[in-house]
Design a protein around this ligand. Structure first.
Ligand code: FAD
Length: 412
């Protein structure tokens, strides 16, 4: 019998699942549904478009013919509005009902709105889609002064766009450092200095209390909780994601700030799988549930989900995620879960070289490397292989560290 697979979302998770399903089950019916008006594009590169450094064309990954050639039914501009897991159907905003044997939910997230006065004013943008990037590019090109909010990996993209577009920027952060959950002040200061060099001034112990607007409803300033006023005709906000899980509200699919899946990307409801940013997955390396918000991880989850949709529990997701930033003169990479752990080790080797690893139960669970990325494969291997590092933190921090430098583990 021909199997019928329905995938909701044509981001990298949904799209890689569709590709794998077609490769491994050539006769199956495969349908991909997306509410966006364009097929898979490279979300990682939309920041380069917004900077004005890349045209639109190279950002697209698949055009319609990619789906036609693989006999995958792509439904653009189609919002899934409900799922009936008993009847094995999904419904769309146009009233269409599609039946599935196996369903993959790969709907990612939507940027969290800042819950303050006037946060929906003209000139204020959030960052997730290609459409957002077009709006940000236009907004930055027309702006004199910008305010950036959100001291994480997407906020720094907005700061870098600001710098690249020669707009004077204030980067308002709630704490005393950028991405303070993963970096110490010493490491973060390297990033702060790089922002300053591009004309974006970090402002600490700040944030936004409200926005001011002109008579046309366009933003004119951000007022922070200290009462300080930052004039801006453009504001970029990246304070996190709300996962797109409304469609699961009438189902028994378990959620816990994300869709809960096991290491096979399977939810608690039969024939329903999930992949990508919106999952809270069982991380077999950590031995607990975790989340990743990274392209490579979403791609791998889509592939693994597809394999298990065809052959249940045939392949587990075992993955050390990584995320790099290329805006500055030095490279930056975070891997694994740099904000977790009960211990850490860090070292500064020069003005632009710093590293920190997060340790949990005596094993590496993540880290951040600035300037010198050469130890990344060694750290990732130690994490993937769950190697106890014992009292060898100093060795791990040495320049030119390699796995062979560690004494053999007594546990092995
Ligand atoms: C600006 C930016 C820069 C980034 N830079 C990096 C980077 O440098 N490195 C890195 O590793 N990661 C980066 N990321 C993160 C990375 O892009 C994500 O982790 C990844 O794209 C997640 O893929 P996904 O398929 O899970 O979700 P998404 O890409 O969000 O795809 C989900 C899709 O589902 C659609 N959808 C949602 N609800 C419905 C519905 N009800 N019906 C139909 N369709 C629906 C959405 O419109 C969307 O198209 C960046 C993200 C952004 C926004």
């Amino acid at each position: 019998m021909t199997a019928s697979y329905v995938i909701i979302g044509d981001g990298i998770a949904g799209s890689s699942a569709a590709e794998t399903l077609r490769e491994e089950d050539p006769d199956a019916d495969v349908t991909v549904i997306t509410d966006e008006g364009e097929a898979l594009y490279n979300r990682i590169l939309i920041k380069e478009f917004a900077k004005g450094k890349l045209p639109e064309a190279p950002i697209s990954i698949h055009d319609d013919s990619w789906y036609d050639e693989r006999n995958i039914d792509l439904k653009l501009n189609t919002l899934v509005t409900n799922i009936d897991t008993d009847a094995h159907t999904v419904g769309t905003h146009e009233g269409e009902t599609l039946e599935y044997d196996k369903l993959l939910v790969a709907t990612g997230g939507t940027p969290t709105q800042l819950p303050v006065e006037n946060s929906d004013a003209d000139g204020i943008s959030h960052f997730w889609t290609f459409q957002d990037a077009r709006q940000i590019k236009d907004g930055m090109e027309a702006a004199d002064d910008a305010v950036i909010v959100g001291a994480g990996l997407l906020g720094i993209d907005l700061a870098a766009i600001c710098g690249a577009q020669d707009v004077s920027g204030k980067y308002l952060m709630r704490g005393n450092a950028w991405w303070r959950y993963a970096l110490s002040e010493e490491g973060a200061e390297i990033m702060h200095e790089a922002m300053r060099e591009r004309g974006v001034e970090p402002v600490f112990e700040s944030g936004v209390d409200r926005f001011e607007v002109d008579d046309d409803g366009h933003v004119t300033a951000a007022i922070d909780p200290n009462g300080d006023r930052y004039g801006a005709d453009f504001v970029g906000i990246a304070i996190g994601l709300n996962f797109n899980t409304e469609i699961l509200q009438d189902t028994d699919v378990k959620q816990d700030n994300g869709v809960v899946v096991d290491q096979y990307m399977q939810t608690n409801v039969e024939d329903v799988y999930a992949a990508g940013d919106l999952t809270r997955f069982y991380d077999v390396i950590l031995g607990e549930y975790a989340q990743n918000g990274a392209w490579g991880s979403a791609k791998e989850q889509g592939t693994i989900a597809a394999k298990n949709m065809i052959d249940p529990e045939s392949e587990e997701f075992r993955w050390v995620s990584s995320y790099s930033i290329t805006h500055f003169d030095f490279p930056f990479l975070s891997f694994g879960h740099p904000t977790l752990g009960d211990d850490s080790a860090e070292m500064k080797h020069s003005d632009t070289e710093w590293r920190r690893i997060a340790i949990k139960d005596g094993k590496i669970v993540g880290g951040v490397l600035i300037g010198d990325l050469s130890p990344q494969s060694a750290y990732k291997k130690l994490m993937r292989d769950e190697v106890p590092i014992g009292d060898q933190k100093e060795i791990l921090m040495q320049e030119g560290f390699s796995v062979d430098d560690l004494a053999p583990s007594k546990e092995q």
